[in-house]
Design a protein around this ligand. Structure first.
Ligand SMILES: Nc1nc2c(ncn2[C@@H]2O[C@H](COP(=O)(O)OP(=O)(O)OP(=O)(O)O)[C@@H](O)[C@H]2O)c(=O)[nH]1
Ligand SMILES: [Mg+2]
Length: 462
């Protein structure tokens, strides 16, 4: 749906299909009022449509060749741009008889309106800056809400709860960028506008807000989708062995050669009573050839798309590998990671029992020890996530998760640049990247594809 003909007047039935006491036809566009004037006659005591300067309700009749006898109706008229869609708008309220509503719609088309596409009213509201993309999605959430909780989430989102949080992070980042850039202008004079400590503090606060939003995002999986549990870790951590053990099959190739898994594998299994999609990925190492590079890219996409990332780390790692392990973990969204110690049977102390705390279970995928504890930790993760009431709708989180992740990564890179004293220019580059990702979430940066995807799920008339 290309937003090309925004001024064209559109019309659609906005009430639910079928007969009802009241039917609503919505009209929006530059010529709304003159189009409606051809099919709606106000009662004698009411002002005529072209005279209106403020939003007003008029009683009268819909008339026209298609309609037959004049039918009593009310017109809610927003003659200026101060309306839901940000352009002149009218709603005709009349008895909800489907053939009658169709007839009135036909007259409106004959008077110059065209049929509205799915979600086109809300799309216009978004494009006119009346709401951001997160709120536009919330409109759909309100319409589609299946229960009270979903409705309340959608209403919070529509009311701007998330928008305010993200906008405040955005303002902070812009403010910080301004301070840094002011400093850059005076770099010769050695005037410091803001200290490294202050930058660090402000960045950490922004990170917390974004990370809390990301943390909520597992809570609301689009209904019907299995949560995705991704096995990740250094090569040879035993991911494929664990994958096979959990699916009770030998789908994945296991070998002592590091880098055995190149492609990713998926299987649907229950873990701890939760039906998940399990994903085995390639080990984390620096790419040595083209095939490996592709494997790494796939692995990153798969890992970051996980609702839960099970990070496998062998109990017997050399200090160098231990360090590499920690570095890899830094790249992952902490709130989504469950660290698991694998290959406990290889510990020198043969009496070492598999188990570990729920936050870091340990297991041996070869003989199955510790798997119960692992399953319980997975179940606890999803339990915890679903009990944390998310203020974000499932559809919004699905769209925004990547951008939230990317925002955090940019903020982390900025924090690292502060710590490493890389200079204000580098910090500023990362902050601009963070702003861009935040802009995508709110819809300040968008593509036709994104709009198409969101608004095509709406019904006509909304
Ligand atoms: N002793 C012991 N060996 C294990 C265990 N799990 C896996 N291994 C061995 O460790 C090696 C690597 O196992 P994989 O399952 O292929 O490891 P991976 O993490 O999938 O490795 P990549 O695909 O290369 O990233 C194989 O030789 C396995 O037999 C375990 O619990 N105990
Ligand atoms: Mg493998």
């Amino acid at each position: 749906m290309a937003p090309t003909d925004l001024e064209q007047t559109i019309a659609a039935i906005a009430s639910a299909p079928g007969s009802s006491a009241r039917g609503i036809i919505r009209i929006s566009g530059a010529d709304s009022v003159s189009v409606v004037a051809k099919c709606f006659q106000p009662s004698a005591d009411q002002p005529s449509l072209p005279e209106l300067r403020r939003p007003q309700r008029l009683d009268g009749h819909v008339t026209g060749a298609d309609v037959g006898t004049p039918i009593p109706a009310a017109a809610m008229i927003w003659p200026t741009r101060r309306s839901y869609t940000g352009q002149p708008m009218v709603e005709l309220h009349l008895v909800g008889s489907p053939p009658l509503l169709d007839a009135v719609l036909e007259s409106l088309f004959a008077a110059g309106a065209r049929g509205a596409g799915r979600g086109e009213f809300t799309l216009r509201a978004f494009l006119a800056g009346r709401m951001d993309l997160v709120q536009a999605e919330a409109v759909l959430g309100v319409i589609d809400a299946a229960d009270h909780e979903e409705l309340s989430t959608a209403l919070t989102q529509l009311g701007g709860g998330i928008t305010h949080q993200l906008a405040s992070v955005r303002r902070d980042v812009i403010g910080l960028l301004g301070d840094l850039e002011a400093g850059l202008d005076f770099v010769e004079e050695d005037i410091e506008f803001i200290t490294a400590d202050q930058i660090h503090q402000r960045l950490t606060a922004c990170r917390e807000t974004v990370s809390a939003l990301l943390g909520q995002s597992v809570a609301r999986l689009p209904s019907g989708r299995r949560p995705r549990v991704v096995l990740a870790g250094l090569p040879n951590a035993g991911k494929s062995t664990l994958f096979n053990r959990l699916i009770g099959d030998t789908k994945a190739i296991v070998s002592p050669v590091a880098g055995t898994t190149r492609d990713y594998l998926t299987a649907d299994v229950p873990i701890g009573g939760v039906d998940v999609q399990l994903v085995d990925t390639a080990g984390w190492e620096t790419a040595s050839d083209v095939v490996m590079q592709q494997a790494q890219q796939l692995r990153n996409e798969q890992t970051l798309g996980g609702d839960l990332i099970v990070w496998c780390e062998s109990c017997v790692l050399t200090p160098e590998l231990q360090q590499e392990n920690e570095e890899c973990l830094q790249a992952l969204p902490e709130a989504h990671v469950l660290r698991v110690r694998t290959q406990v049977d290889r510990l020198p102390d043969k009496n070492h029992a598999a188990g570990g705390g729920a936050d870091r279970p340990s297991l041996c995928a070869q003989d199955g020890r510790g798997l119960d504890g692992f399953a319980a930790a997975v179940a606890a993760f999803f339990q915890r996530e679903s009990s944390e009431r998310s203020e974000l709708l499932a559809s919004t989180t699905a769209r925004c998760r990547e951008s939230l992740n990317a925002t955090i990564q940019a903020i982390d890179a900025a924090i690292a640049a502060v710590a490493g004293q890389f200079g204000d220019e580098i910090i500023a580059i990362e902050l601009r990247a963070a702003l861009e990702h935040l802009g995508i979430i709110l819809g300040e940066v968008y593509t036709d594809d994104i709009l198409d995807h969101i608004f095509s799920s709406f019904c006509i008339g909304k």
